[in-house]
Design a protein around this ligand. Structure first.
Ligand code: FES
Length: 268
């Protein structure tokens, strides 16, 4: 190893890329695999325009990938909020919500860390030099737009309300009777996880507890901030768990609506 000190920064100039001897490359590699596979699956499903609603069955499960279903191509029973989008093959049926959900996750503080490291190697890991010569961080366009995360948080919270509505109406069978099966449990679990992920957002924490000079004068916000802060500590785990729960929920509904698997009914 050869090293000198950069006089302007006082930092050591080490010729080796890294002195780490552990498997520092494993987390970015897993992130490439996990995020890459999920994006491929979600893209295929978003454009499939099929197997998103249990149309043949008496119960009504709608996958979150197609909610709200605004296209005129949607099954009318799956369109809880109207149909006004044209039915074009390149336009997802949930074309209003999906871009905002994507932007919410793309600008998420955790995912930024994950994909900057995994895909852009900036840097690939702590104490591992990045290949880029110049670093402007998020101070310029387009990465400056990462600051819009707070606004995507508000929209994502609204979409979580829609997903909650979908999970609740799924307890009403098409003949009007009450019923539930394994699919309802999966839908409800997914919605609970989505809310936990949304509430654990750094922007949510700052909206609830930020811009206060005295916590003592705002006991309710202080209490909420404390609880959101606990969730915030689990944000990375919730980010991955919700990716898994979204894919599992969607796959389950695809399997039931395609007739690959019958939903075990507990009631009705
Ligand atoms: Fe991850 Fe807001 S920081 S969703």
């Amino acid at each position: 190893m050869s090293s000198t000190t950069d006089a302007s920064t006082g930092r050591a100039q080490i010729s080796e890329r890294t002195l780490r001897t552990d498997r520092w490359w494993l987390p970015p590699l897993l992130n490439v695999a996990g995020l890459g596979l999920w994006v491929i699956y979600a893209t295929v499903r978003a454009f499939m325009h099929a197997y998103y609603f249990t149309n043949e069955q008496n119960y009504s499960y709608l996958t979150p990938f197609y909610s709200p279903c605004f296209s005129v191509g949607c099954y009318p029973e799956a369109s809880h909020f109207g149909q006004f989008l044209p039915d074009w093959w390149w336009l997802p049926y949930a074309a209003i919500s999906l871009p905002f959900l994507l932007l919410f996750r793309l600008t998420c503080y955790y995912y930024r860390k994950a994909y900057y490291r995994a895909f852009y190697l900036s840097p690939p890991a702590c104490a591992v030099a990045e290949p880029h010569k110049k670093y402007t961080g998020e101070t310029r366009f387009p990465l400056l737009a990462q600051n819009l995360h707070r606004y995507f948080f508000y929209i994502a919270a609204l979409i979580s309300l829609v997903n909650t509505y979908d999970a609740v109406v799924a307890f009403i069978n098409k003949d009007g009777s009450f019923g539930f099966g394994l699919g309802n449990i999966i839908l409800v679990a997914n919605v609970v996880l989505l809310w936990l992920y949304t509430a654990s957002c750094h922007s949510c924490r700052s909206i609830i507890g930020g811009r206060l000079n005295h916590f003592s004068k705002h006991p309710l916000r202080y209490k909420l901030w404390g609880q959101v802060s606990i969730l915030n500590g689990k944000h990375m785990q919730l980010a991955w768990t919700t990716l898994a729960s979204l894919a599992i929920t969607d796959f389950y509904i695809m399997a039931v609506s395609a007739g690959w698997w019958g939903d075990p009914r507990i009631v009705g």
